[in-house]
Ligand binder design. Structure first.
Ligand SMILES: NC(=O)c1ccc[n+]([C@@H]2O[C@H](COP(=O)([O-])OP(=O)(O)OC[C@H]3O[C@@H](n4cnc5c(N)ncnc54)[C@H](OP(=O)(O)O)[C@@H]3O)[C@@H](O)[C@H]2O)c1
Length: 287
């Protein structure tokens, strides 16, 4: 049986996590809105993730909204000491399932309290400020006001560590002048490589880089090179895409999302998949 620990560990602040983690977004209903079709199946995914060594779960109170956090609480509370739950704030959902910015200091404070309540915690391990940007890509707007508001909540003891999501290198620097940044969560995968330089810069500083949409998100990754390499490795395409990320840089942590126990188990086997240098070079050339 594969185990998330086989890909090694990395630090998120003072928390040690397995590099292979789990992203909980897919546990909410269709369109990340409302309850899942089969709540028991969703709870089973979370419990199986922990049974297979996952100790880093990514979530947000705006998934559902509230749904994934409430599922995490129902499945896993009281939480294991070594479990790190990373959440994010900065968006809210409309009644029509739309995604909308919620970036004022008052909305961020409210979001932190919503996460605490729905996860059943007194302190959040890690909170990412999710900049709005251009939906899934950063812009260069200042994030100082928002990050300062979260740093104040950290000083009050409600948050252990702060991270960022959907940000540029300039925004990372701006935030670092306000408080320590322990992780960055941006859009990155085999065919979406805007962050090559940022990943290297963060690696030099010992900061985790956590790609969202590691499997392509709502549009599964597809590439002839990926198909060809996969055939030679006798693996699945998505596993090769995950293993490529693990070998890309030691500070990359994975949070592939799934609502299925079978897919979860399959994804975790990527922890053990080693891609030889000549095949890695072919994959590197995809983007
Ligand atoms: N910061 C941000 O702005 C942001 C944005 C998006 C996501 N995220 C975080 O990143 C995590 C990962 O992103 P994601 O879940 O959107 O995208 P993803 O991990 O790239 O892909 C998830 C999709 O792949 C499918 N899938 C997973 N494993 C599979 C397998 N073995 N075989 C076939 N299909 C498979 C899932 O469907 P099934 O459910 O059917 O397996 C789902 O449709 C999320 O859970 C969330 O925590 C953050």
């Amino acid at each position: 049986m594969s185990d998330a620990s086989k890909a090694g560990t990395f630090q998120i602040g003072d928390r040690t996590v397995n590099r292979m983690g789990y992203g909980a977004m897919q546990l909410a209903g269709p369109g990340v809105f409302g309850p899942p079709k089969d709540p028991k199946a969703a709870l089973a995914v979370l419990r199986e993730a922990l049974a297979l060594g996952v100790n880093h779960i990514d979530t947000s109170d705006f998934y559902g909204p509230h749904v994934t956090n409430q599922l995490i609480r129902e499945a896993l509370h009281p939480y294991a000491d070594d479990l790190t739950i990373v959440t994010k704030v900065g968006a809210k959902r409309g009644d029509d399932a739309s995604w909308n910015p919620a970036q004022s200091p008052a909305e961020l404070v409210q979001a932190v309290h919503d996460n605490l309540r729905n996860l059943g915690l007194e302190v959040l391990d890690v909170v990412n400020f999710r900049a709005w940007g251009n939906m899934h890509a950063p812009d260069e707007a200042s994030i100082a006001e928002q990050f300062t508001a979260l740093a104040e909540l950290q000083q009050q003891g409600l948050i252990r560590h702060l991270g960022l999501s959907n940000v540029s290198a300039v925004q990372v620097k701006e935030a670092q002048a306000i408080a320590q940044v322990v992780c960055v969560q941006n859009h990155y995968n085999l065919s979406h490589r805007d962050d090559e330089q940022l990943i290297a810069q963060l690696s030099e500083q010992g900061i985790a880089y956590v790609p969202f949409f590691p499997l392509g998100g709502f549009t599964p990754l597809q590439s002839d090179v990926l198909a060809s390499v996969t055939q030679r490795l006798q693996a699945s395409q998505l596993n090769v895409a995950l293993a490529w990320l693990l070998q890309r840089s030691p500070n990359i942590l994975l949070i592939p999302g799934t609502s299925s126990v079978a897919h979860l188990r399959e994804n975790l086997t990527a922890s053990e998949l080693k891609i030889a240098p000549e095949l890695l070079a072919e994959l590197d050339a995809v983007a």
